[in-house]
Design a protein around this ligand. Structure first.
Ligand code: AMP
Length: 474
């Protein structure tokens, strides 16, 4: 599983994990058809050959904006093999958003139909046997951050960054060739593209390949899977389905959650239903995975666990709770063509994540939210998570999002948006018994659902816009 000595190309590390028997399945589709590792390898060699025939030079960007498919994966690995820089984009982006990404990344090739591209590559007859050599600090992928404020930034992940993280996860989560990974995540994002797929490739295990989370397909897939990786909404959807039983979850050895906070209530309900504790981990586009709960040992609701081996993690500002700063082999090489951002967001080798957290005496990390979601009300810092935990515990509340809204007196007023129903004044009264006065929501709004992005993250910026005038006349 080591790359050739003269090259640190991630492609060779991943392909080095493919099973010696290449007839073994890599992808298992819902209709039970399979595609072998050997077939994927062939596709990748053809794509790489075709990219080179089209004039791709080492370091050139290849943008792919398309739905999830095996062809998309072949283009990913083919781009690496040909020495290019892979740039996946959310298939939901509009034309004007695409113009920005293309202007910013200046790709040599843009692919909007991966299956057609692979078919052209196969018809062209080019086949590439040797991987283009790359150094460990060369960029392998540009991942555009979801960018809820300002322009999206391209995080430059190097071959070393991705290799280090893949090897660490494969190891700490105990992947073996006997595993079967249920893959229902999108692959334009680090979670589905790197975290999940790299673990499968390094162990040479098959993936149950679902284009998206469809309850019936996931339930059927769980009959064969040993590991499932998901965002928290996958788990709430499973729990809402009576067909998701302890028996069905029985032979799954590991349920992993990340990309957004897993509610303690979901963690607890899941344990009640299945007898298993979800393993929560924390990551971001700029560093892939940063911390994880342990495979063996206590997994604690509300904690994202310990830093991965080799990751230095500190809380900035010298307070108990503050912005999480990280350094380590998987921390990205900076933002593409944004030297001023790199100056601002790195401090003595540490990347300032923008997430706020604290560590317990044992070293476990707890995340309280994004720094930009911190509320300053009447001069006091209010961490939304603390209030959300109190609200989530109340009967009738499924989930809550606490935000700060412009307030004529306090600067910002605390407002809670809650999925569920209840009596606003009774709930505010209950908050008073548990929280200091400055933290008490001035209003609680009841909704059917919260706005979320493709990874299930609640978009507090949209909530703030939507309710911006709530306290205008206060
Ligand atoms: P992205 O770059 O789109 O993957 O978003 C990364 C952000 O997601 C992080 O900076 C966190 O704010 C959030 N995030 C990821 N995993 C978790 C988690 N387990 N708990 C809480 N927040 C998380």
């Amino acid at each position: 599983m080591t790359a050739t000595p003269q090259s640190s190309n991630l492609h060779d590390l991943l392909a080095g994990g493919f099973p010696a028997d290449r007839t073994k399945p890599c992808f298992i589709l819902p209709d039970e058809t399979e595609l072998s590792y050997g077939a994927l390898e062939q596709m990748v060699a053809r794509v790489a050959g075709y990219l080179l025939a089209q004039g791709l030079s080492p370091g050139d960007r290849v943008v792919v904006k398309d739905e999830k498919s095996i062809a998309f994966v072949a283009v990913y690995l083919g781009t690496l093999k040909a020495g290019g820089v892979f740039v996946p984009l959310n298939s939901a982006y509009t034309q004007s958003e695409m113009e920005y990404f293309i202007g910013n990344s200046e790709p040599a090739i843009v692919i909007t139909n991966a299956p057609a591209y692979v078919a052209d590559a196969e018809a062209s007859g080019h086949l590439m046997q040797h991987t283009v050599a790359r150094a460990e600090d060369d960029v392998a992928c540009l991942i555009y951050t979801s960018g809820t404020t300002g322009r999206s930034k391209g995080a430059m992940l190097t071959h070393r960054n991705l290799a280090a993280n893949a090897l660490a996860l494969h190891d700490i989560w105990g992947f073996t060739p006997k595993d079967v990974l249920l893959h229902a995540l999108p692959i334009f994002h680090v979670h589905g593209l790197f975290v999940a797929m790299h673990c499968a490739f390094l162990s040479g295990c098959p993936m149950i390949w679902l284009s998206k989370f469809v309850d019936a397909d996931v339930l059927a897939g769980l009959r064969r899977a040993t590991v499932m990786m998901g965002v928290p909404t996958f788990y709430t959807r499973l729990l809402a389905n009576a067909g998701f039983t302890r028996e069905l979850a029985n032979h799954v050895r590991l349920f992993i959650s990340g990309s957004a906070p897993l509610l303690p209530t979901t963690f607890e309900e899941f344990e009640e239903r299945t007898g298993q504790r979800i393993l929560e981990r924390y990551g971001m586009s700029e560093a892939v995975i940063i911390t994880s709960n342990p495979l063996s040992g206590q997994r604690i609701a509300g904690s994202v666990g310990y830093p991965l081996p080799g990751v230095d993690l500190r809380i900035g500002g010298g307070e108990e709770i503050g912005v999480i700063e990280i350094r380590g082999p998987s921390v990205f090489g900076g933002y593409w063509r944004m030297p001023e951002k790199n100056m601002e967001e790195f401090r003595d080798g540490f990347f300032i994540t923008g997430d706020v957290g604290r560590r317990d005496p044992d070293g476990r990390l707890y995340i309280s939210g994004r720094a930009k979601d911190l509320i300053i009300s009447g001069g006091y810092n209010v961490y939304p998570k603390e209030i959300e935990l109190v609200l989530d515990d109340m009967p009738g509340v499924t989930e809550s999002a606490v935000i700060g809204l412009p307030h004529p007196d306090f600067g910002e007023g605390v407002c809670a948006v809650v999925i569920g129903n209840g009596n606003e004044s009774a709930m505010i009264a209950e908050c008073r018994t548990k929280l200091a006065a400055f933290k008490i929501p001035k209003r609680i709004l009841f909704v059917d659902d919260l706005p979320r992005n493709a990874m299930g993250k609640v978009q507090k910026n949209l909530l703030r816009q939507r309710h911006a005038d709530l306290f205008a006349g206060a």
